[in-house]
Design a protein around this ligand. Structure first.
Ligand code: ATR
Length: 294
């Protein structure tokens, strides 16, 4: 990132989002708005890619200063990176690849977990600093129920564990919940969605990482309203729609709620910093996303 923009370059630096599908991604709109605001000689493009390994062998030009990575390439991005951030390696997913000083190699990061965790920390304590460790985080010693054990579930579960939370992984298929729980240190609890629904398992913070709630016509929630009381805060990674049934019912039950746009904007802002070495215009990026959701 810094590599590409530090030199007084004449050539336009290029960034892109690599995925399949990728045409509906809001990432180009928010990154280009931010680049333009800062007056940087750089552009961010969508890249429809089938074979991530082949793509990484081809796009070695130093003008490509970084890539955002989305479904289904986050694991292949980890495998293709020459260096990987330790938390991204634990999660097993890289959503950001940054060109290094040598102008050739790429370092993999995961900005999904940090963005979501900061949004939750701010929700719990609006005065929380942007970077906390396990001793100072508002999540420390909180019981955090992560619903879902896919890529996003892994990111949130490892992220909460980094902050010293007591993690519970709840998932439709029990074997996936148990497998993820066992990988955390200390090992997390695992439970079924029925255990949440019945109130047998409760917590302080509930995080939805499944796609349940994304289809407004179905109006579904992963956890019934009766089971939400007692949670201090509920976060939903789904942001289309912004106010999912889960969040509406959580607010009605007296929980604080954090909407998923915070995670999307936060992961993009962290990427922007990694790509350019400059502070991201977060307010602008947030406005672009919220406008696109109207
Ligand atoms: P992502 O990378 O967005 O996390 P993923 O890796 O495909 O996507 O994971 C999807 C998660 O949503 C899984 O935890 C999945 O549960 P299973 O492991 O049982 O498949 C969960 N999920 C998807 N649709 C669901 C539904 N209708 N009800 C409950 N959980 C669902």
């Amino acid at each position: 990132g810094m590599y590409g923009l530090k030199q007084q370059r004449q050539d336009t630096a290029v960034m892109g989002i690599v995925g399949n599908p990728v045409s509906h991604s809001r990432s180009p709109a928010i990154h280009n708005a931010a680049l333009q605001q800062l007056g940087l000689n750089a552009v961010y493009v969508p890249l429809l890619v089938d074979d991530m390994a082949a793509f990484l062998r081809t796009f070695t030009d130093a003008d490509w200063i970084g890539f955002s990575v989305t479904i289904p390439h986050k694991q292949a991005a980890l495998e293709g990176a020459q260096e990987v951030d330790p938390v991204a390696a634990q999660i097993g997913a890289v959503n950001t690849l940054v060109r290094q000083e040598d102008g050739l190699s790429l370092k993999g990061h995961n900005t999904d977990w940090s963005a979501a965790i900061v949004a939750i920390e701010r929700g719990l304590d609006p005065a929380a600093p942007s970077s906390t460790d396990a001793s100072s985080s508002p999540l420390a010693a909180k019981r955090v129920v992560v619903v879902g054990a896919g890529g996003a579930g892994r990111a949130l579960a490892f992220g909460a564990a980094v902050k010293g939370a007591q993690v519970v992984v709840a998932n439709r298929s029990a074997d996936k919940a148990a497998a993820l729980a066992a990988q955390l240190s200390p090992p997390a609890e695992a439970c079924s969605l029925a255990d949440l629904a019945s109130g047998a398992v409760r917590g302080d913070v509930l995080v939805n990482t499944t796609s349940v709630g994304m289809h407004p016509q179905e109006d579904e929630s992963p956890v019934p309203a009766e089971a939400l009381s007692g949670y201090q805060l509920v976060f939903d990674a789904v942001y289309t729609p912004l106010h999912t049934r889960l969040l509406k019912e959580a607010a009605a039950a007296g929980c604080k709620v954090v909407t998923g746009d915070t995670m999307f904007v936060g992961q993009a802002a962290d990427q922007f910093r990694l790509f350019t070495g400059k502070e991201a215009p977060v307010e602008l990026m947030s406005r672009v996303v919220l406008d696109s959701l109207k």
